[in-house]
Design a protein around this ligand. Structure first.
Ligand SMILES: [Zn+2]
Length: 206
C-alpha cells in the first residue's frame, strides 16, 4: 500500500470505527507499516476526526519524521511489529464489550473468550489477558511482548484489545470480530450455551 493510500485508509477506518461507537472520545489508535517506518494516529486525536496530513510518520527507530506526536500508546504497536515481523497494521480500541470482559473476575487469563463462532476462531483464536498496568507504565509493553510472539491479539486487563494483522483490513476485521464475540459472550452469560467443540475448533485451525 502506498503511503498516500495508507493515510486515507487509516482516516476512513478511524471514522468508521468511531461512528459505530467502537471506541469513544480520543481513545483508540491505529498504525500501518509503510516503507522505512510507520504511520500512526496522533496523541489526543479522535479516530472520528483524523486528518491524513497530520498522522504521525515514524521512522524504523520510532523517531517522529512528520505530523503530530504519536499516540502515547505507540509502544503497544511497536511491540507487536517487533515480535511479529509479518504484521502490517495494528489496531487498539477501548471497545465497550471487550473492556467489560477484560474486567470480569472469573475469566481464564490464558484464553479469555470461548469458541462461540467459527469466525472468532479463525480471526482471533486464543486470546490471552495481559495483566493491568497504569497508563504510561512501560512494564505493560514488556508484558505484551511476552505474548506477542505467539498471539496476534491480546486483551489488556481493565483496558481493551490490541490486534495486529498482515494489513489494515485484517487487523480491523479481527478486532471487530473480537468485540462482537465479547458482546455475544456477555449476552449469553447465565444461559446454557453450546460452544464449538475442541474437534470443531481443531478443524478450523488446520
Ligand atoms: Zn488504550
Amino acid at each position: 500500500m502506498s503511503e498516500a493510500k495508507a493515510r486515507e485508509a487509516i482516516c476512513g477506518i478511524g471514522a468508521s470505527i468511531f461512528s459505530r461507537g467502537l471506541t469513544a472520545g480520543s481513545s483508540g489508535n491505529i498504525s500501518v507499516k509503510v516503507e522505512n517506518g510507520w504511520l500512526m494516529t496522533p496523541t489526543n486525536a479522535s479516530l472520528g476526526r483524523l486528518d491524513p496530513a497530520r498522522l504521525s510518520q515514524l521512522d524504523d527507530a520510532g523517531r517522529l519524521l512528520s505530523g503530530d506526536p504519536p499516540t502515547k500508546e505507540s509502544f503497544l504497536h511497536r511491540v507487536m511489529y517487533e515480535e511479529r515481523p509479518v504484521t502490517g497494521a495494528v489496531v487498539h480500541l477501548h471497545s465497550t464489550h471487550s473492556v467489560a470482559v477484560s474486567c470480569l473476575a472469573e475469566i481464564d487469563p490464558a484464553d479469555v473468550l470461548p469458541p462461540i463462532t467459527a469466525y472468532y476462531v479463525m480471526r482471533v483464536g486464543r486470546l490471552p489477558l495481559v495483566p493491568y498496568f497504569r497508563p504510561g507504565d512501560l512494564a505493560l509493553s514488556e508484558a505484551v511482548r511476552g505474548f506477542a510472539g505467539k498471539h496476534h491479539a491480546v486483551l489488556l486487563a481493565n483496558h481493551g484489545p490490541v490486534v495486529g494483522g498482515s494489513n489494515l483490513d485484517a487487523a480491523v476485521n479481527a478486532i471487530e470480530e473480537l468485540e462482537e464475540t465479547a458482546k455475544l459472550y456477555l449476552l449469553l452469560r447465565g444461559a446454557q450455551t453450546r460452544y464449538l467443540t475442541p474437534a470443531q475448533v481443531r478443524e478450523l485451525q488446520e
